[in-house]
Ligand binder design. Structure first.
Ligand SMILES: Nc1nc2c([nH]c(=O)n2[C@H]2C[C@H](O)[C@@H](COP(=O)(O)OP(=O)(O)OP(=O)(O)O)O2)c(=O)[nH]1
Length: 252
């Protein structure tokens, strides 16, 4: 019996931002069209798998990502056929470092993307071989969410400046617009920045803009549920353009 060639590796990118992962809807082949996957593709001979992730995401979604870790395990996509070797899927955790992921017009690409939180992962029809990775992904997203701080800002300009500054300093930071609890109209919803930056970094930024840190239902959040005591609205000064030198509390 002829020897089987080794399985060919397919890599998928679990692009995580603000406790959500990006899922992409395939347009081809007919059997997979309309189903959801992690953007990626086949690793070229001799290509490092992380480089393949970054190349495929750039081709398919027109943005730059960086691989930060690999999820455990390999999932068999198909057994060897006359058309080629078996295909195995590995999944990398990645983050966006340039541009905005959007479906490109590339043939064989995607027609839609969605950012899914841990509790939304089951809302889309994943390709079968992606499903074994979902529990790990759910666990990771839940951990990121638990570790996230929410900064509430009234001005879009401030929110954007804070978000961009956090990203420039290497943190994950996502801008959203959310209703404050109890609000019932569409006006004046504050802006929120969700970030993994530690509290002391967030507090330094908040000294310079009109907003506060909302720690939600985390322990000790009670006193933080509104503007800080002694808080007086003032015109926000321009944010600094270079990182500040700060001493971490544990190094004081
Ligand atoms: N990209 C990607 N492919 C997946 C996933 N799950 C899964 O079963 N597959 C399958 C679909 C395809 O049969 C195969 C990858 O093919 P592809 O068409 O995305 O890869 P590619 O861009 O390198 O393809 P090619 O046209 O150059 O051959 O793996 C996944 O999460 N991401």
């Amino acid at each position: 019996m002829p020897e089987q060639p080794p399985p060919r590796l397919v890599v998928g990118a679990a692009i995580v931002r603000g406790a959500r992962v990006l899922a992409a809807r395939r347009t081809t082949p007919p059997a997979a069209a309309g189903r959801w996957e992690l953007p990626g593709g086949k690793v070229e001979p001799g290509e490092p798998p992380a480089a393949a992730v970054e190349r495929e995401v750039d081709e398919e979604l027109g943005c730059e990502v960086e691989v930060v870790a690999w999820l455990d395990g390999t999932s068999r996509i198909r057994e060897a056929t006359d058309d080629g070797p078996a295909l195995d899927l590995r999944v990398a955790l990645a983050r966006v470092v340039g541009g905005e992921p959007e479906p490109t017009d590339e043939p064989g690409g995607h027609d839609q993307v969605r950012w899914l939180a841990a509790e939304e992962l089951d809302e889309v029809d994943w390709l079968d071989s992606d499903r074994p990775f979902l529990p790990q992904l759910r666990h990771h997203l839940a951990r990121v969410a638990a570790d996230q701080r929410r900064l509430v800002l009234f001005e879009e300009e401030d929110a954007l400046a804070v978000q961009q500054r956090l990203v420039a300093d290497g943190f994950d930071a996502v801008l959203t617009r959310e209703r404050l609890a109890g609000e019932d109209d569409d006006e004046d919803h504050p802006w929120a920045v969700l970030t993994d930056a530690p509290t002391f970094v967030v507090e330094l930024l908040l000294d310079e803009v009109d907003g506060w840190l909302d720690e939600g239902d985390q322990p000790g959040a009670g006193e933080q549920a509104g503007p800080r005591a002694g808080w007086t609205p003032t015109a926000p000064p321009a944010l600094p353009t270079a990182p500040k030198r700060v001493k971490r509390p544990d190094q004081a």
